[in-house]
Design a protein around this ligand. Structure first.
Ligand SMILES: NC(=O)c1ccc[n+]([C@@H]2O[C@H](COP(=O)([O-])OP(=O)(O)OC[C@H]3O[C@@H](n4cnc5c(N)ncnc54)[C@H](O)[C@@H]3O)[C@@H](O)[C@H]2O)c1
Length: 278
């Protein structure tokens, strides 16, 4: 299927060799966009771009390197004369650590990868977008930035910071026709967990099935999130269907962040009430 809302548009997607970013790139191309697939994983990114056909290209971009992000934006503007969307999506979980055992350099690395990278994307993408009077920037957040327990301290803090950066950027850029939103995944079956555990090759690819099974009961909806669940929302955020939507966190988590599972508590409370002497 082609041409469902992004016809003639151009986009840069970071962290697009795998998982959510790969699904976003594929959905964008299917919706009619031309996409610069970017990642540090060159073989995988190049394979994906090739599989997506003539409207996809790969470029190596390390989102922690400012000039890499700047050059990716410049490439799209030079080739196509326009940049309509950037999805700042690259990320990794990092190590789970207690507070007293959190080294400053790991904290800084998490913020550089997860949050400063979003600043770079906004900083460079907003220039041609402002000049054109239109554009959509999407940052990938996390339920770990909304609730405790979904990621290490540094990861959750960096993702929460992304949402605030998006809000303040949205206000600065709104008068120029540029929208900025955070796409917030819950538990999604990707290689991110295996990658964090140091797996490589086939073992890393195989880990996705294990993660999918493990995530089944994380949220009220009894299945893991899939990259395509997020990709559909990303197409919406990139398209004119969301023309009046900016600065928001669009949570796509099967209900994971809504709160505790009430039936279990209700059963316990009812049992306690029955035991109470009258
Ligand atoms: N999978 C989940 O459950 C989940 C939940 C909440 C948020 N997220 C977020 O979604 C985004 C995508 O994660 P995913 O689950 O698709 O993981 P993934 O591991 O499948 O993909 C992440 C991609 O980012 C790339 N990457 C890592 N460091 C990079 C760098 N410095 N520069 C460029 N690319 C880099 C990796 O090579 C990889 O291709 C991340 O920001 C992640 O924090 C994921």
């Amino acid at each position: 299927m082609t041409g469902t809302g992004l016809d003639g548009r151009t986009a840069v997607v970071t962290g697009a060799a795998s998982g959510i970013g790969a699904a976003v790139a594929a959905r964008f191309v299917a919706a009619g966009a031309t996409v610069l697939v970017t990642d540090v994983d060159e073989p995988r990114g190049a394979r994906l771009a090739e599989s997506l056909g003539a409207r996809a290209r790969f470029r190596r971009v390390d989102v922690t390197v400012e000039s890499d992000v700047e050059s990716a934006v410049a490439e799209v503007v030079e080739r196509h004369g326009r940049l309509d969307c950037v999805v700042a999506n690259a990320g990794a979980v990092g190590r789970w650590r207690f507070l007293h055992d959190t080294p400053a350099q790991e904290w800084d690395a998490a913020f550089a990868l997860l949050c400063r990278s979003v600043l770079f994307a906004i900083k460079y993408a907003s220039l041609p977008m402002k000049a054109a009077g239109r554009g959509s920037i999407v940052a990938t957040g996390s339920v770990a930035g909304l609730r405790t327990g979904y990621g290490p301290h540094a990861y959750g803090a960096a993702k929460a910071a992304v949402a605030q950066l998006v809000r303040s950027a949205a206000v600065e850029l709104a008068p120029h026709g540029v929208r900025v939103n955070t796409l917030v995944p819950g538990g999604v079956a990707t290689r991110i967990v295996g990658h964090g555990a140091g797996l490589t090759g086939d073992r890393l690819d195989d880990s996705v099935d294990t993660v999918r099974a493990g995530l089944r009961s994380l949220q009220p909806m009894p299945r893991a999130g899939e990259p395509d669940d997020l990709a559909g929302a990303a197409v919406f955020l990139a398209s004119d269907s969301s023309a009046f939507l900016t600065g928001q966190e669009i949570v796509v988590d099967g209900g994971a962040s809504l709160g505790r599972e009430w039936p279990a508590d209700a059963t316990r409370m009812a049992a306690r009430a029955e035991q109470r002497p009258t």
